[in-house]
Design a protein around this ligand. Sequence first.
Ligand code: SIN
Ligand code: CO
Length: 384
Amino acid sequence: MTSSILGQIEPNDFLQKYWQKKPLIIRQAFNDFQLPIEADELAGLAMDEEVESRIIIEKGEKPWQLKRGPFSEETFASLPPSHWTLLVQAVDHWVPEVHSILEAFDFLPSWRLDDIMISVAADGGSVGPHYDQYDVFLIQAEGKRQWQIGPVYDAESPKLEDTELHILSEFEVLEEHLMEPGDILYLPPGVGHNGVAAGDNCMTISVGFRAPSHREILMQYTDFISDQLPDSLRYSDSDQKLPMNKGEIDDEALNRLQVILREHIDDRSKLAQWFGHQMTQLKHDQEADCEFSDWDSLLEALSGTTLVINEGSRLAFRKDNEAFFLFADGCHYPCSDAATQSLAEKLCKDSLLPSEGWQDLNSPEVRNLILSLINKGSLYIQEI
Ligand code: SIN
Ligand code: CO
């Protein structure tokens, strides 16, 4: 994979002109595109009960039939000859070659990335015209897909009834493009689109981004801070004046409430802590391969190995004048010395750590951080 998928476009230009603004087609985005997974492997994943998968059949038992995995050999054998799509969620969590595609998106904050969904379709296969709530990069991996792009739609736009899928019933086609392996279509949130497989073996990789809704931000942040507040902190009005009418909620009462709300909203260190936890929350349970009670036993196991960030793990860091925190999989790790801070930054940038020099790590904080990340399953040991 290349370091970026933007081709001739400068990352800054992409951010200014296209990101969250308008669709973009990047032809032959990768210098040397290698298929990261075969269609058969994808079907194999869809048979695993830990993996989320769906099959959409346009003319099934009813129009736009949706089946949910895990699937069996019989399900695949009973598919019609055309007009079906198999979609597998979060393939980057299970397949390292797919996970490494994310390295090509380093022009965006990694905590904005959601996961990689991969679809395989037979000729004519499509999930119907729809819009997504999130930004998505649709990488054509194998075969061809004809994309129709429409205007921006929203929750009010009419949808088809009698199907669990959110399919637009009035879809206006503004542009059409045939995508070939290595081509990418970027779509901002809300843009209507309909991709139809042009021939069999049409594989499309969707790199999706996440963005919490305002509702989630308010609900989850207020939950987070309220859990830390004692009941004894109360609305107080020692400055109360004699009311003109005892039933009136006056401006002063609202002012007192706003002071309380602002005090919590303005606490940027709490906000950072909540956000770091939230954006690195694991989507699937994760267990450590092995646990170590102390640095010496870990050091022994590290000889001739390298440390790799778990494909399902999410990392982010936050530094300001007062503190430095690494967030990993919903946990936070204070980093006070320079060596720990640089390790934390490195972990957020690269997916693996060098394979030598472990004996020279003298900082107890660095050692504890590595130990904790391994014991929590955020880092794993790999033979070289
Ligand atoms: C697909 O891969 O078939 C559909 C992806 C999408 O339209 O979001
Ligand atoms: Co879509």
